[in-house]
Design a protein around this ligand. Structure first.
Ligand code: TYD
Ligand code: MG
Length: 452
């Protein structure tokens, strides 16, 4: 039989008839590689050829069974929330994240806790290594089977034997199928193995969770197509030097993508953080200048975060600007607004900005706290105690309204803040709050209120 080959871009999965230097679709250089594809045998998840091919039949909408799908409770509040209430049977979930962030830890921990029979397939670590990891994580259930295997046909053979309720694959990049000749981790292998697993999941109703590696530019390695194929894409992120990890859903066919889970990496695995606001605020006894609290929303969850700024006269000619967790361009914009609209001389100052806890936030509502922290450091006057901020700063120095302001106000109140600065243009419906809502329309108003 003639061997058929095609060229695939290893970055985006685009297919070409011949090699070329640059991919037309994602514009990356040197990403196109030849892969062997064999069309003759069609991929199947079943190891032996089972000829009972049941073709699907169309049904009228009314005939389709709509009894609320039962979701598997993962025994992990954060994961349940992000998934929209648990794992949907027969669904395919992809968990992406940088190396070392804790993907294997999270899924092993969940497999150990699940009250169902789970099969954890690892192509990366030996059974011993996984056992060592499992020993760090205290477990109650012993329903978790560990398999070290990379060939899908062998995995399916074990699945038929064990009949697990949930299958976890660590990671999709290590799998290979007999039906494709190219190396594990190549586009066609990833696509084919995923297709086999999807077929298996849909035909048997067994949910499958895949771990996927992430490239340095933050995409799930290999093809974008992987994201299109699965039902749910979760991303595990955070700063490896910090203990907090955020679990986000980027795509979810069975729930909202606005939910978010927060974990803390401990010596004994990942701990769910039920009340994130409290941990992200460092508690100082005395009031320090240069810090301000922002009432932000991450997804649907209100979150109080601390912004720290340090403004000092530039020692070397060009002033430095540096940020962690906040968009650097946005910081430059805010500095320009402060200079031009409110007359603060910050042009020759070094400005450093930091969001505590190692998380990054792109909610524009934190602008106002950024302004407060910068001004506080510049004036060397602490921001009033027990006061927080929620407002976006516009180019003319106006404070713009933010979404879901009520929820932010209520969270601040719940945490015992005495007052919150919000835009005058925000429609506020909560009434009779204990917290004082201070309406401002321009950054000068805030400066005047805080630093006289
Ligand atoms: P890992 O889950 O292997 O990350 P990934 O699969 O995403 O590559 O490991 C994450 C890191 O967490 C690793 O450096 C060791 C650390 N760790 C803990 O701090 N506590 C623990 O209980 C475990 C199991 C790991
Ligand atoms: Mg891993």
């Amino acid at each position: 039989m003639k061997i058929k080959t095609t060229f695939f871009c290893q970055n985006c999965g685009a297919q070409y008839a011949k090699w070329q230097g640059q991919c037309n679709s994602c514009k990356e250089w040197n990403t196109i590689a030849e892969e062997i594809i064999q069309k003759a045998e069609k991929a199947s998840w079943k190891p032996d050829d089972n000829s009972s091919k049941k073709a699907a039949k169309p049904l009228r909408v009314n005939e389709i069974d709509s009894s609320a799908e039962v979701r598997l409770d993962t025994r992990d509040g954060e994961l349940n929330r992000v998934l929209g209430g648990g794992i949907v049977p027969g669904s395919m979930i992809l968990l992406g994240g940088e190396p070392g962030i804790g993907k294997s830890t999270l899924l092993l921990q969940i497999s150990l806790r699940l009250p169902y029979k789970t099969l954890y397939v690892s192509g990366e670590e030996s059974q011993k290594q996984i056992k060592m990891r499992a020993e760090r994580i205290t477990s109650q259930e012993d329903n978790c089977y560990i398999l070290t295997e990379t060939k899908t046909q062998n995995i399916f053979r074990q699945i038929q034997e064990i009949e697990p309720d949930v299958v976890i694959i660590d990671s999709i990049q290590t799998l290979h199928t007999d039906y494709i000749e190219s190396a594990a981790g190549s586009i066609s292998q990833i696509r084919e193995c995923t297709a086999e697993l999807i077929k298996f999941a849909k035909e048997t109703g067994t949910p499958v969770i895949l771990i996927g590696h992430i490239t340095k530019d933050g995409n799930i390695a290999g093809p974008k197509i992987l994201e299109h194929m699965v039902d749910t894409v979760l991303q595990f992120e955070g700063d490896r030097n910090h203990v907090y990890r955020i679990l986000r859903s980027l795509k979810n066919r069975f729930g909202s993508t606005a939910e978010l889970g927060i974990y803390e990496m401990q010596g004994s695995g990942l701990r769910e953080v039920a009340n994130p606001s409290e941990i992200l605020i460092s508690h100082h006894e005395e009031n320090l200048s240069g810090t301000a609290i922002a009432a932000t929303l991450e997804g649907m969850r209100p979150l109080m975060i601390e912004i720290q700024a340090l403004v000092s006269t530039a020692v070397y000619g060009t002033p430095q600007r540096s940020t962690t967790g906040y968009n650097a361009k946005r910081l430059n914009m805010i500095l320009a607004v402060l200079e031009k609209r409110a007359g603060f001389r910050l042009g020759m100052k070094d400005v450093f900005l930091n969001i505590t806890g190692g998380i990054s936030v792109d909610d524009p509502a934190i602008d106002l706290a950024v302004v407060a922290a910068i001004l506080s450091s510049n004036e060397d006057i602490p921001v009033e105690k027990d006061c927080c901020f929620a407002g976006e700063v516009g180019l003319s120095g106006e404070i713009r309204p933010v979404n879901r302001v009520d929820q932010r106000i209520l969270e601040a109140e719940k945490l015992g803040f005495a007052s919150i600065f919000v835009s005058k243009y925000n429609k506020i419906t909560v009434k009779n709050t204990l917290i004082k809502v201070r309406l401002v329309s321009r950054i000068e108003d805030v400066a005047a209120a805080l630093f006289g």
